[in-house]
Structure formats: structure tokens, C-alpha cells
Design a protein around this ligand. Structure first.
Ligand code: ATP
Ligand code: MG
Length: 478
């Protein structure tokens, strides 16, 4: 979906109420023109997954319609049935500073919107110039502003029958990498971006770079509740509420486009609410782009990096221009190098958990549940490394093999918008796997559960066995 330079509100001639109601929701609207002030209020929660390669939006009305969570199409055309629900995380800044989103390429296109933010937060403060930091934040806020405005208008149009006579109370949940959740600066940066993007999304005119920069300084709007939620907690919310849920230690491995996000969490119930203690987390630049970069390097000169090549699912490798009998061994070596690097990241977490962070976790002796998710986990090379981690773990410790699984598709994930012929199990599965973070984010933050960042969780040591020998009378004491 492209951002059309919309009419500025100030230019619009006043419209009679009846005409506005008939015209339906306009860009920037947060309420239906037909809902008057006395109408019943309903909560609407936007789950916004700002992925490094693509952005996904799922919207839920938790109190009506069986908690239906609806993925929102963000593009009108795509190569696959579920591709319409992903929008490339790229923005073009036109000569006059006008933002444009969609499947873009070219020199004035910024494609590293999220990665740049993570870098800003993890670099030493003194090495990042303030102007650069603001510029990157404005790009991200502008992009998300356009996405939110388009997604909300689309949703309001589609849900007109169920919602048009209600007042809508909005909540926006934005995901953050799990390793960044304990980082105050990263949380603050993502929160200001979310707040600015919501404000921008409620305007109806063109969104420009200068507007986005200015909006960063404005206090949060009162018509929205914003929460910053670690992606891992969001991703497992469906599982935590499903009958297959188990308490205890779990691992989540999310292979995205840019990042490999590994997180160990302890799930348990406290005061009738889920509690996630994030025991350890690590994020490394080992998503499918890195795999693809290594493959291109192995093929040598003439095969240059193009992100869209890495997007070629299901098996990007087969689509590489020069795959033949001669190049295959070189590609195999590149893949092995990638698998080794990814395995090291996961093994470091597994071994620290086993040795010091939570050696006595009961799940070690039944098979530690590992959720493998993210678009990249569907790549056959990528999915191989978890099996290798399981072998290495059982060889070096007495733990049972890992129980590697996929997240279950929740009953309230509504994929009915996939049209007739596209309504098959495989498409629904792909759509859910690409939208699982946004799906979890569409829950009320209270239902996602309480989250403790890794820095605040002490190692969990086994309880020392109680000694009862002092209660017995030994033979020599008789
Ligand atoms: N069916 C598939 N088979 C193989 N690879 C796939 C498949 N579907 C998606 N991918 C890969 O998944 C990647 C995108 O995954 P995802 O949407 O989880 O990333 P993201 O959330 O944008 O990135 P990140 O989590 O790093 O911020 C694409 O680069 C593509 O290579
Ligand atoms: Mg992701």
C-alpha cells in the first residue's frame, strides 16, 4: 500500500455529517463518523510488529466477537496469498521530504530502519551524534505513521458492520527485541517512536520528514495507550493460553531476516496471571540475510547483494542465478559456516542455562521445549541447526533431547480474509508464522503477562535436598 498524498484537513471543505458517514473512514480517522459521543465504548488493540525486513499488523477487539484477532493486509498485491499481510520495512524520502512506503528500491530508500535504531541504542552514547539519532528516529516514526494510518483505515472499512456504532478506545503495542527489554534507552527510543507514529497517523495530509522530527518532541497523545512489549513474550502468548501450555523453562529461537533472536524464559503463573522471567537473551545479526550474504560471497564476483533475493521463499538458495554442479559445494560450505555460527549462539545460551542460570529446571529431564519461529525458520538450512544443538546438548550433559516445536495456531487468529482458493492449511500456517509476533502484540498488555528482564532475574539454583538424618537414631547411638 502506498501513501497517497492525502488532502490536508485544513484544505477540506466542511462536509455535512450524513455525507461523511456515507464516505466511510478517511485517512487519519480514529472513529467512525457515524458513532456519536454517547455510543458504547469498545477496546481495539493494534499489535505492531516492526520487523527488520517486513512489518505486520494484527488488530484485536478483546471484548467482542470471540476475541477475534485480524491480520490486516498492508499491500494490495503480493507474490503469495499471505504476502499481502507483510509490508517491506523500507521508506523513500522524496525530494520534498515526503514519505512513501511499499515495495521500493533506489538510492533514496532507507531499508535498515529498525537495525539502525538498535545500533543507536547499543552504541556508546558519546559515539552517536544527536542529529543522527533524531534523523533515524524520525524515519522510523514516519514509516510507522504511514503504516498505522493505512492499516487503521483499512481495518475500519472492513469492520464497519460490527464497529461503526461504537466509540473506539485504542491501544498500541509495539514489539522490541527481547535482548533490548532490559535496556532503558532502547525502551525509551521505541516508546517515543510509537507515540510519534500514532500522532502522525492521525493526520490526513502528507507525512514529511520534518513533521516526523517535530512530532518526536510532542507529548504522547491522550487518545491512545502505548505499551512496549518484548517480541518473545508476545510470540508465546497464544501458547501460554493454550491447553498445550507447560510451566517452566522454555527457549524461543526466532530467525528473522536480519536477526537471530534467542531467548530463554521461565513461564509460570503468579496471582492468576502469566509471568515470564526472561532468563537470558541474545540477538545476533544471523538472520536469513546473513545466510544469503555468505552464499553470494561463495559464488564470487558478479552476484551482488539484493535483499529481494533473500526474500525469495521458500528456498532462496535454489533461485540463486548461478546454482549448478560446480557452485553447489561452495554454497554447501557457506551454509555450513552459517549453521556453525548460529549453533554457537544457541549453544552458549543452552550451556549457561544448564550450568549456572537454571541447572535444576525440571524441563531438562523431559525435553526442553524450544519454539522455532520467524520466517527464516522455514528455510531448510536454518531449521537444521536446532537439531545439531539438541545433539550437542545431550552429548555434553545429561539433559533429554530438545523438544523442537512450532507455535500452535490459536483459535481466535482470523484468517478468513484469505480469499476462497487461498484458504488452505498451508497458507494459513504461513500467514500465522509470519504474523505470530503481531498476533501476540494484539493482546491487552495485561494478558500478555508480567515480564521481568534478564538483568533482574537471579540464577535459579536447585533447592538443596533437605537432610533428615538427624531425625534417625544410628546403630552406634543405641
Ligand atoms: N517459506 C519460507 N522458506 C524459507 N525462508 C522464508 C520463508 N518465508 C520467509 N522466509 C524468510 O524469512 C525472512 C523474513 O522473516 P521474518 O518476517 O520473520 O523477518 P522480520 O521479522 O522482518 O525480521 P527480524 O525478526 O530480523 O526483525 C525473509 O528474509 C525470508 O528469507
Ligand atoms: Mg521478526
Amino acid at each position: 500500500m502506498r501513501s497517497k498524498p492525502a488532502r490536508a484537513r485544513t484544505e477540506a471543505a466542511p462536509q455535512p455529517a450524513a455525507a461523511r458517514a456515507k464516505a466511510g473512514p478517511q485517512p487519519g480517522d480514529t472513529q467512525y463518523p457515524s458513532a456519536d459521543k454517547g455510543a458504547r465504548t469498545v477496546d481495539v488493540i493494534i499489535g505492531l510488529d516492526f520487523g527488520t525486513s517486513s512489518t505486520k499488523v494484527v488488530i484485536q477487539t478483546p471484548t467482542i466477537g470471540g476475541q477475534r484477532a485480524v491480520p490486516v493486509p498492508l499491500q494490495s498485491e503480493a507474490g503469495s496469498a499471505w504476502g499481502r499481510y507483510l509490508l517491506p520495512t523500507r521508506i523513500r524520502v522524496g525530494a520534498d521530504g515526503l514519505f512513501e512506503v511499499g515495495g521500493l528500491s533506489g538510492a533514496d530508500v532507507h531499508g535498515d530502519l529498525k537495525v539502525a535504531l538498535i545500533d543507536i541504542c547499543t552504541a556508546k552514547a558519546c559515539t552517536v551524534a544527536d542529529t543522527y539519532r533524531r534523523h533515524r528516529m524520525a524515519l522510523a516514526a514516519g514509516y510507522l505513521g504511514v503504516v498505522l494510518r493505512d492499516a487503521r483505515q483499512r481495518y475500519l472499512q472492513d469492520e464497519v458492520d460490527t464497529l461503526s456504532n461504537r466509540r473506539l478506545r485504542w491501544q498500541l503495542n509495539l514489539g522490541i527485541p527481547s535482548a533490548g527489554y532490559g535496556d532503558t534507552l532502547m525502551r525509551e527510543v521505541f516508546r517515543s517512536i510509537a507515540s510519534a507514529s500514532w500522532r502522525l497517523s492521525t493526520t490526513c495530509g502528507p507525512i514529511r520528514l520534518a513533521d516526523a522530527e517535530a512530532t518526536l518532541d510532542i507529548a504522547p497523545s491522550e487518545d491512545i495507550t502505548i505499551e512496549i512489549v518484548p517480541e518473545v513474550a508476545a510470540q508465546v502468548v497464544g501458547y501460554a493460553q493454550s491447553p498445550s501450555r507447560r510451566d517452566g523453562l522454555h527457549l524461543l529461537v526466532d530467525v528473522g531476516a536480519s536477526t537471530l533472536d534467542v531467548c530463554a524464559f521461565n513461564l509460570h503463573e503468579r496471582d492468576h496471571a502469566d509471568h515470564y522471567a526472561l532468563l537470558m537473551a541474545d540477538v545476533q545479526r544471523l538472520g536469513t540475510y546473513e545466510l544469503h550474504r555468505r552464499r553470494l560471497e561463495a559464488l564470487g564476483r558478479g552476484t551482488t547483494w539484493r535483499p529481494e533475493l533473500a526474500q525469495l521463499a521458500p528456498d532462496a538458495r535454489l533461485r540463486l542465478p548461478a546454482t549448478n554442479g560446480q557452485t553447489r559445494p561452495r554454497l554447501d560450505t557457506a551454509d555450513e559456516g552459517y549453521v556453525r555460527a548460529a549453533r554457537i549462539v544457541v549453544m552458549q545460551i543452552l550451556m549457561s542455562l544448564r550450568k549456572s542460570r537454571y541447572p535444576g529446571a525440571p524441563n531438562w529431564s523431559v525435553g526442553l521445549p524450544v519454539f522455532l519461529c520467524g520466517g527464516g525458520s522455514l528455510d531448510p538450512t536454518v531449521s537444521k541447526f536446532m537439531g545439531l544443538c539438541s545433539d550437542a546438548l545431550t552429548k555434553s550433559t545429561r539433559a533429554r533431547p530438545l523438544e523442537i516445536k512450532r507455535l500452535p495456531i490459536p483459535h481466535n487468529f482470523d484468517a478468513s480474509a484469505l480469499s476462497g482458493a487461498d484458504q488452505n492449511g498451508e497458507n494459513i500456517l504461513s500467514l500465522f508464522h509470519r504474523s505470530s509476533v503481531a498476533f501476540g502484540l494484539s493482546y491487552d498488555a495485561l494478558n500478555i503477562g508480567e515480564i521481568t528482564p534478564p538483568s533482574e532475574v537471579d540464577p535459579i539454583h536447585p533447592i538443596a535436598p533437605r537432610r533428615f538424618d538427624h531425625l534417625y537414631v544410628g546403630k552406634d547411638q543405641v
